[in-house]
Design a protein around this ligand. Structure first.
Ligand code: HEC
Length: 91
């Protein structure tokens, strides 16, 4: 009886480990697809949904940081996506 109980616990733990590993792998894949996109790409895809995509020359580097934070909340971007777009716009 005790032996069966131990086997069940082992099975439950094994399942948890498998689920945890697959979640981790999927999480990495999702962030890899974001990483694959350049700042310019993200800018073109996200920043012209509501208005014309702003010209990188139209604001200073400091202004882009502020605008980036402002538009991040409007465009529902992740911090990583925002950083890439701001980096592109600052060049
Ligand atoms: C969900 C809609 C939406 C998205 C997506 C969006 N914006 Fe905007 N943006 C606005 C609105 C509305 C305004 C004008 C009002 C304001 O400043 O909040 C604006 C204004 C601006 C301005 C003018 C600021 C000024 O002071 O003249 C800039 C520059 C700008 N956005 C850049 C961006 C960039 C860069 C992105 C991509 C990361 C972006 N926007 C994505 C809605 C959006």
């Amino acid at each position: 009886m005790k032996n069966i109980f131990n086997k069940k616990i082992g099975l439950v733990i094994a399942c948890c480990v498998v689920i945890a590993i697959s979640l981790t792998i999927n999480g990495c894949k999702a962030s890899a697809s974001v990483t694959a996109k350049s700042g310019a790409q993200l800018w073109g895809e996200n920043c012209r949904r509501c208005h014309n995509a702003p010209d990188p020359n139209s604001f200073s580097s400091e202004q882009w940081v502020t605008i980036g934070m402002h538009m991040q909340s409007r465009a529902l971007l992740t911090n990583q996506e925002r950083d890439k777009i701001v980096e592109f716009l600052q060049q």
